[in-house]
Design a protein around this ligand. Structure first.
Ligand SMILES: NC(=[NH2+])NCCC[C@H](N)C(=O)O
Ligand SMILES: [Mn+2]
Ligand SMILES: [Mn+2]
Length: 307
């Protein structure tokens, strides 16, 4: 069984600045109420809660030049990037509690800079219903939580593309997307052009989650830093209703557990985002509770002793 001796620090970003629906700002507290920190501690991890960071309020304004709330999104992502960088510098695993998925630009940029500095390979697992690969020219909404992967690959406003020490932060071949079932028309052309590795629901149905995860994790070794960016809308809305952009036909409970268990088995997870939990749309905190359940598996919880 893979062990997780690596110490970890959680921090929250209480904002819905990149999303269309309000309420993801309450995500960090919902995850804490669902006993996220206690659950990770129970796995034997030295875990700290750094509390929440602050940032500009949501002005609820219309898109300007194709982007909604760009200045505010930049401010929140700078905060995320410096907090993740600080935690990585302490030799700990950053666990970012969103907030909406635009915040992964900050957390992942910090991880990419860190991996470059210490010469580690980086692989990003993007667990999502959406590809989040829109740009100003093709976005149907102007919402920046639909654009973080494109920005990380160099397509986006210079303030976001240039957040870190190196732009672009990621090469497309470092990314694997799993659970995808909603890609906008222009976005479809772009993910193809950039050759993003997408394991969509059809492929999962056809070959099964075990083989999908074997492919996704192929080549991961002791020299690899795995970043897991978990948008809870990857999950089927029947089990995870508390999120703003629900898409039917998502990953089921067993499949999700297997994903997390197989990631845990690599022992390579070095950072994690938990995003898009929206308590205002949830039923009795079910989505946060499920996320915590899955995080326990990510940190090595299993039914039997395995080796
Ligand atoms: N992180 C998310 N939930 N993203 C949803 C994006 C939805 C849609 N593709 C858009 O660009 O507006
Ligand atoms: Mn997303
Ligand atoms: Mn999504």
């Amino acid at each position: 069984m893979a062990m997780h001796p690596r110490p970890a620090s959680v921090y929250g970003l209480p904002t819905d600045i990149g999303a269309a629906h309000r309420g993801a700002s309450m995500g960090p507290e919902a995850l804490r109420v669902a006993r996220l920190v206690e659950a990770i501690a129970k796995r034997g991890v030295d875990i700290r809660d750094e509390g929440n960071l602050g940032g500009p309020r949501n002005p609820l304004s219309k898109p300007v030049d194709g982007y909604r709330h760009l200045d505010e999104v930049v401010a929140w992502n700078r905060a995320a990037m410096s907090m993740s960088a600080r935690i990585l510098g302490e030799g700990r695993m950053p666990i970012m509690l969103g907030g909406d998925h635009c915040l992964a630009m900050g957390s992942i940029t910090a991880v990419a800079d860190h991996c470059r500095a210490i010469g580690k390979k980086l692989r990003v697992l993007w667990l999502d219903a959406h590809a989040d690969f829109n740009t100003r020219d093709i976005t149907p909404s102007g919402n920046l939580h639909g654009m973080p992967v494109a920005c990380l690959c160099g397509l986006g406003p210079k303030e976001l593309v240039g957040l870190g020490k190196h732009a672009p932060a990621l090469r497309p071949d470092q990314i694997r997307q799993i659970g995808i079932r909603s890609v906008d028309a222009g976005e479809k052309r772009l993910v193809r052009e950039y050759e993003i590795d997408i394991y969509d629901m059809r492929y999962i149905d056809e070959i099964g989650m075990r083989r999908v995860m074997e492919e996704v994790l192929d080549g991961v070794d002791a020299d690899t830093h795995l970043h897991v960016s978990f948008d809870v809308d990857m999950l089927d809305p029947g089990i995870a209703p508390g999120t703003g952009t629900r898409v039917p036909g998502g990953v089921n409970y067993r499949e999700a557990q297997l994903m997390m268990e197989m990631i845990a088995d690599t022992g390579a997870m070095g950072s994690l985002d938990l995003v898009e939990v929206n308590p205002a749309l949830d039923k009795r905190n079910a989505t946060a509770k499920l996320a915590v359940d899955l995080v326990e598996s990510l940190f090595g919880k299993s039914t039997l002793m395995r080796d």
